[in-house]
Ligand binder design. Structure first.
Ligand SMILES: Nc1ncnc2c1ncn2[C@@H]1O[C@H](COP(=O)(O)OP(=O)(O)OP(=O)(O)O)[C@@H](O)[C@H]1O
Ligand SMILES: [Mg+2]
Ligand SMILES: [Zn+2]
Length: 432
């Protein structure tokens, strides 16, 4: 059975979700015959970089291309390129395994003598382009500067800054497109389309959970759906998704919110116990706790959180009015401070228990009171007028023409007094 992520790879620019800015620019370039010789597609994993490069190659070589620049998606040439099958016109390279200068020279030679016919274009798609060495980029510099006609290079990368560091001059020879993360709403909409076409039954909450776990990548979302489907028969429920993906049950986030709002510190230990019994990853729980609090903050200011199941949203709405935003922000700070420590800790359980106790508002207040007590007393603000009055007074009081110091010429010489003397020169008693 073909994987959903491959089966539902878009065949036209119009099918690329979220990346409309890229789709519109490439479609326009094809329609007007203004396609550049080199492109850099940068963005997170699984958001459509390779797909866009293939659609561009399809559009350049499709005989039934629409006047707007869309490939037909069904002709022989289009389907060969779409499937990634061996093809004379499109060469896909993985820079992770062809990263050296020899590989780049080989690519250059092949591109120089590209045997495209008058009507066809040759497209080189280089995936994981940040893996190319500096020497490899140097070998490509010339051909990117003056490429042979009808040859297009597309470099795809998840780490554009590495290319900027290793081969800055290359960037000025490429047109750069930044692909966006795919938000939970867009992922859910796309998953719904797939579910409908596949005639599957998947609960809405289950889609929300998958979208949340996909973390902005459409490929991940489709692969997770595949994984959940292969796990059992019948309709896909949220519980099944949680089971298969090892997610933390939503009730536990609800219980955490209740305990925080009701100052129920005693409930935190059984909560961690239940998490461990459910086989949950504690690091993931802390992550989810952060997302839950963020959603609560959003609800508090009238926003609509994404990727939450209806059940958890109802709990969040219930508790939002009882937790002032300032408290939530403080809790989020505590969580984010602990996240890294938890990933490194050998005793995660204890850390999470302590963390949950710290999320208690009374603990925040206590610790802030305690830390205030530990602080040195605030420095009194310098009051210029009072200071100068003090300085003025001193020399007059401590020095008189009849005092033993009067034998010396001028005012006394200790630093303060000297300064005082300077300030109060006008008032200094005249020497006889
Ligand atoms: N923008 C999108 N619209 C619709 N489907 C998408 C989109 N992005 C990704 N997909 C789905 O995810 C699959 C993988 O996408 P693609 O190979 O283009 O990702 P990528 O950005 O090249 O990722 P990687 O950085 O891991 O190579 C596609 O086959 C498609 O099913
Ligand atoms: Mg790719
Ligand atoms: Zn076609």
């Amino acid at each position: 059975m073909i994987a959903l992520a491959r089966k539902y790879r878009p065949k036209q620019f119009a099918d690329l979700i979220v990346q409309d800015h890229v789709a519109a620019a490439l479609r326009g370039a094809v329609a007007q015959g203004r396609v550049a010789h080199g492109y850099l597609f940068a963005g997170p994993r699984g958001v459509g970089k390779t797909t866009a490069a293939r659609i561009l190659a399809m559009a350049l070589n499709c005989e039934q291309r629409s006047p707007a620049g869309e490939p037909c998606g069904v002709c022989d040439s289009c389907s060969r390129i779409w499937t990634g099958a061996a093809n004379l016109d499109v060469v896909e390279l993985d820079a992770a395994s062809n990263r050296g200068v020899d590989d780049a020279r080989d690519l250059r030679e092949r591109a120089m003598y590209a045997a495209s016919t008058e009507t066809r274009s040759k497209v080189y798609i280089v995936d994981e382009a940040h893996m190319l060495t500096r020497e490899a980029w140097n070998a490509l510099l010339k051909i990117l500067e003056e490429p042979p006609p009808r040859v297009v290079f597309v470099f795809a990368t998840t780490e554009p800054q590495k290319i900027a560091n290793a081969a800055a001059p290359i960037l000025s020879r490429l047109q750069r497109f930044d692909f966006r993360r795919i938000g939970p709403h867009a992922i859910i909409d796309r998953l719904r389309q797939v579910v409908e076409q596949e005639k599957l039954r998947v609960a809405d909450d289950a889609l929300h959970l998958i979208a949340r776990s996909a973390n902005g990548g459409m490929r991940d979302a489709l692969s997770l759906l595949d994984q959940v489907l292969s796990f059992g028969e019948g309709p896909v429920t949220a519980a099944r998704v949680r089971d298969v993906l090892g997610l933390v049950p939503d009730e536990l986030y609800g219980e955490m919110l209740r305990a925080i709002v009701e100052h129920d510190a005693g409930a935190m230990f059984p909560l961690v116990e239940r998490l461990l019994e459910a086989g949950a990853d504690l690091g993931e729980f802390v992550n989810g706790a952060g997302e839950t609090l963020r959603a609560l903050l959003l609800v508090g200011v009238g926003g609509q959180p994404e990727g939450m199941t209806e059940g958890l949203l109802a709990v969040i709405r219930k508790y939002a009015p009882q937790l002032p935003p300032a408290d939530v922000v403080r809790l989020l700070t505590i969580l984010s401070e602990s996240e890294e420590r938890i990933s490194r800790s050998a005793n995660t359980r204890l850390l999470v228990e302590v963390l949950l106790l710290r999320t208690e508002p009374w603990s925040c207040r206590m610790s802030s009171r305690r830390s205030k007590a530990r602080q040195p007393p605030p420095r009194r603000r310098l009051n210029r007028r009072r200071l100068s009055r003090r300085l003025l007074r001193r020399p007059v009081r401590s020095w008189s023409p009849h005092s033993p110091t009067s034998a010396r010429s001028g005012p006394p010489s200790s630093p303060t007094r000297a300064r005082g003397a300077q300030c109060s020169a006008v008032y200094w008693p005249k020497r006889k």
